[in-house]
Ligand binder design. Structure first.
Ligand SMILES: [Zn+2]
Ligand SMILES: [Zn+2]
Length: 84
């Protein structure tokens, strides 16, 4: 299935989605759902719009959103991710 958050194949988890006039299912990668909670690498590095005027929250150069999410999952698992 296509991941709702990064538009890449291989999404393995789903959750119900209830819209205004439709009920459906959203598919996503576990790590992409995690990224949705933690924020991106630029947020972690204080390089996003939360910290820098006019900055974006896209993945760092050369990374897809899915690759970024995998890296975030790795950092969280290894205790390298700082919260707050
Ligand atoms: Zn994804
Ligand atoms: Zn941010």
């Amino acid at each position: 299935m296509i991941c709702e958050r990064c538009d890449e194949e291989g999404a393995e988890e789903s959750m119900p989605y209830i819209g205004v006039d439709e009920v459906g299912t959203i598919w996503y990668h576990t790590e992409c759902q995690l990224r949705n909670v933690t924020g991106g690498l630029k947020h972690q590095r204080k390089q996003c719009a939360c910290f820098v005027d006019g900055a974006d929250s896209d993945p760092p150069d050369g990374m897809t959103r899915h690759e970024e999410a995998i890296e975030i999952a790795r950092m969280v698992t290894q205790g390298e991710w700082t919260y707050g």
